[in-house]
Design a protein around this ligand. Structure first.
Ligand code: 0X9
Ligand code: ZN
Length: 425
């Protein structure tokens, strides 16, 4: 038997869905664009609305280029359009399929070596159900220090779990640091980072004790469980939830535009179900948003630090996203971001930009951090955009995980320490 036949068989045994359900991205191309000025940006914004098959993967302020992913049948039209409007473009990836495929194979192969429900964060990316099994295994190992709570279900009925970590001293009502991950499905470093934080606080407790002396940590590694699972089984670059919309052609809502504080502004979110920043028909019409909202409200009055883990871009983003105004205590939040940025630059030379989402990135309306500040009155509310890696920024190789999470932990740790110092219990 040839070795390729053998590996095919092995793959079939590991993951029967692989061949039949996943979007293989055969002959999908990735172009890099260099828009010049607002006119070009407005055109791109227009096309991203009119051309559902052209996937513009979000442009950040200060970025001089952006990427667009397109199926083969759209290539001629895209190139013709860009040429007609004199938008500088070049092909970055001729065929996305083998790249996505080799990452999936690498990950599946690595996982064959791991004894579930234990997980080695640095050795692979894990699915939602693997992460849940791991969370469920923790109370046995740390009976006094952890609690797993289920706050609800995703649209496709996946259990949405939250881990509470304490130092086990039995004191209740300590202030809380709440961290969520995987609001956006394709940002795979986010759940890995949440898991790494959990392991730092549990397995590496000796070095992190002071972070749990007067504070409890609450961690929800996967908010968008259905979307995340879908990126494992089918479409690697999916962002939104998986609930159908009122447009039969388009599925999913952006949880980070679905939160009920200043929801629904056209600047920063979209009413079009085919867009990646679709806000839903009403605030909190997604079960996953309801669950995260309920977690936040559960800790109302104790929520001193809300941190949402995303990728990518190296940013600490503070409220507000919906307006160019600054919130009260903006400077205090900036001091916390400053502590994180300094710690990272000292340890790895990694550079983070920080400030209000509206200015540093782009306007967003209905995002989780604005809600955490505006409604839940969190003392500090922040979105952290971890560094880009892989072909598209969202898709690090397994070999990148260690560098990304250890660097990010330096920042998260420093920010937590600064919050604890500034706001003693
Ligand atoms: O656009 C977003 O939702 C976030 N960027 S991403 O590339 N991860 O999609 C930024 C949102 C920042 N807003 C706040 N949560 N404050
Ligand atoms: Zn995100």
């Amino acid at each position: 038997m040839t070795s390729s036949l053998l590996s095919l068989l092995a793959l079939l045994l590991v993951q029967p869905l692989v061949l039949f359900a996943w979007q293989d991205y055969k002959d999908f191309k990735v172009y890099e664009l260099k828009p010049q000025g607002v006119e070009d940006l407005n055109l791109i914004r227009k096309w991203s609305k009119e051309k559902p098959l052209w996937d513009f993967l979000g442009q950040k302020r200060n970025e001089s280029s952006l990427k667009v992913m397109i199926p083969p049948e759209e290539v001629d039209c895209l190139v013709e359009t860009f040429s007609r409007y004199h938008i500088e473009h070049r092909v970055l990836i001729e065929d996305l399929a083998p790249l996505v495929q080799s990452q999936r194979e690498e990950n599946l192969k690595k996982k064959l070596l791991i004894q579930m429900p234990q997980i080695d964060v640095l050795a692979a990316f894990y699915t939602h159900s693997e992460i849940n099994d791991y969370l469920d295994s923790l109370p046995q190992r740390f009976p006094k220090r952890v609690q797993v709570k289920q706050f609800g279900w995703s649209y496709e009925r996946r259990a949405l779990k939250v881990l509470t970590i304490t130092n086990g001293d039995g004191k209740g009502n300590k202030p809380v640091i709440l961290i969520d991950g995987t609001v956006h499905a394709r940002e795979w470093i986010s759940p890995s980072m949440a898991l790494y934080i959990i392991q730092q606080l549990l397995d590496n407790y000796a070095e992190n004790q002071e972070l749990l002396e007067d504070y409890d940590w609450v961690i929800m590694p996967v908010v968008n469980a259905d979307g995340y699972e879908y990126t494992h089984t089918d479409s690697r670059y999916w962002r939104k939830t998986r609930r159908p919309t009122n447009n039969p052609e388009c599925v999913g809502t952006d949880i980070n535009r679905n939160f009920g504080y200043e929801w629904g502004h056209d600047e920063g979110s979209s009413s079009d179900p085919c867009e990646d920043i679709y806000r839903g028909e009403s605030p909190f019409d997604q079960p996953e948003s309801q669950v995260l909202r309920d977690v936040m409200l559960h800790y109302r009055g104790r929520l001193n630090f809300y941190l949402s883990l995303h990728s990518y871009g190296n940013y600490f983003l503070l409220p507000w996203g919906y307006t160019s105004d600054f919130p009260d205590h903006y400077q205090d939040m900036m001091s916390v971001a400053d502590a994180g940025a300094k710690a990272i630059v000292h340890s790895t030379n990694g550079i983070y930009s920080y400030g209000s989402t509206y200015y540093v990135l782009y306007p967003t309306s209905g995002d989780t951090a604005d809600f955490a500040l505006g409604v839940v009155n969190a003392t500090v509310a922040m979105t952290m955009e971890l560094p880009a890696a892989g072909f598209m920024g969202f898709d690090p190789w397994v070999s990148h995980i260690e560098r990304l999470v250890t660097e990010s932990w330096v920042g998260v740790r420093a920010m937590a320490a600064e919050v604890i110092r500034r706001y003693p219990a």
